[in-house]
Ligand binder design. Structure first.
Ligand code: SF4
Length: 400
């Protein structure tokens, strides 16, 4: 098979992996005889055979796989065209695209061929060859195989900017039902090893996966609720200090297993999970607080989780922007972390009025029922029965 035909197969096969953002990579330029750079800005695009603009060459080394995970298009029982790159082919493609200014780095994943160790070694060799033989200083993200030997994963961390291990399903029960050859324990152990290596390397100022580790969770392939998913993510952030958990809405595949739902979840579910994840990481919300806004452990699809929490906890509002602690300002719908920082800085010098807050956030209309300023008191508005209808975003009309 020609290399471009392989590329068509293996770039398409990689599109289901959401965990390819490159934010967090340190700034770097190649040496005089090297090639490439990283900007530190978020790059999360992929090469597609139809010529769409790309920043990251996102491919699989191969879509042959020994495993038979029900949710995966590349599982061994799937009837899809197969292809396999050699290490040298991936290296040549990466350099070729880089020199033509089409990409800023490589996201490389793989099905499991021959053995976990064999596959991991190939992935590692791609990164090592790019760095050592070609002085490639661009971004490299390797998807690691949890069943591979820790030594190989450690080697990969020497050359990659970021390593990731996909959790895939948030509960051990879901994983054993849909991916019986995978083990939740093995995946979490591999994440634990990786976390230990990253922590050690940072303490010793050595290079090892400097942009940390991330994972992907598939949403809607099993019966896990949003609370189950957020509980799993929260545990990963706390135990292994993951940089990101990516949420990928399950998309039905051809010849799918009967274990899978026939329909994808609403895309809004993925969006609400990202918003809730943001609240966990940057706004000091707990999973219990987010879960308390729903009766069935599923996030409200019509309003964002912060607004849902504020509407349910109206007794905590309104708060005075001029005196409230920062932690409470962060809980006001419509006030983002940056707006809160500006408010805290501004109120050191002045007493804020409604127009001042409106200048610092684009969402003052949403925040107003929950805030007091020098010249604004929402009064009974905070407790009105129709408050949700007043502050909820208008429903998007169907295009059809
Ligand atoms: S191991 Fe990975 S590539 Fe193989 S079937 Fe499972 S999810 Fe797909």
């Amino acid at each position: 098979m020609e290399i471009l035909d392989k590329l068509a197969v293996l770039a398409d096969a990689a599109k289901y992996d959401a965990s390819c953002a490159s934010s967090g990579a340190p700034k770097r330029k190649a040496a005089a005889d090297g090639l490439g750079s990283t900007t530190g800005a978020g790059i999360c695009h992929a090469y597609t055979p139809d010529g769409r603009c790309v920043s990251l060459l996102k491919i699989l080394l191969t879509n042959y796989c020994l495993f038979d995970c029900a949710y995966c298009i590349n599982r061994r029982s799937s009837n899809v065209p197969r292809a396999r790159f050699t290490v040298d082919e991936v290296v040549a493609l990466t350099l070729g695209f880089y020199k033509r200014n089409m990409i800023e780095g490589l996201f490389l994943s793989s099905g499991i061929v021959r053995s976990a160790d064999h596959t991991m070694e190939q992935l590692m060799r791609v990164a090592k060859t790019l760095r050592r033989e070609h002085g490639f200083a661009g971004y490299i993200h390797l998807k690691t195989i949890p069943e591979a030997s820790p030594w190989l994963i450690e080697q990969a961390g020497l050359w990659a900017d970021r390593l990731s291990i996909n959790l895939e399903l948030p509960t051990a029960a879901g994983l054993s039902r849909l991916a019986p050859e995978k083990s939740d324990t093995t995946i979490r152990e591999a994440m634990g090893h990786m976390h230990a290596r990253i922590t050690e390397a940072r303490a010793e100022r050595r290079r090892f996966s400097p942009a940390g580790q991330s994972t992907q969770v598939i949403v809607g392939a099993d019966a896990a609720t949003d609370t189950d998913i957020l509980t799993a993510s929260d545990g990963l952030y706390r135990r292994f200090k993951l940089n990101r958990v990516y949420y990928s809405a399950f998309s039905p595949i051809d010849h799918a297993s009967g274990l899978l739902p026939p329909k994808p979840p609403p895309l809004a579910r993925e969006h609400r999970l990202y918003q809730a994840d943001w609240l966990l990481r940057h706004y000091a919300f707990s999973v219990d607080e987010i879960a308390s806004t729903s009766a069935d452990n599923m996030l409200d699809l019509d309003i964002d989780p912060k607004l849902a929490w504020a509407l349910k906890n109206r007794g905590a509002f309104p708060i005075d922007v001029n005196t409230a602690p920062k932690e409470m300002l962060l809980r006001v719908p419509g006030l983002g972390a940056r707006a809160v920082d500006k408010i805290v800085a501004a109120r050191r010098h002045t007493t804020l009025r409604a127009a001042d807050v409106a200048r610092l956030t684009v969402s003052f209309r949403r925040a107003a029922p929950f805030l007091i300023t020098l010249d604004h008191r929402p009064g009974a508005l905070t407790d009105r029965a129709d408050l949700r209808a007043r502050v909820a975003p208008p429903k998007q009309l169907s295009l059809l």
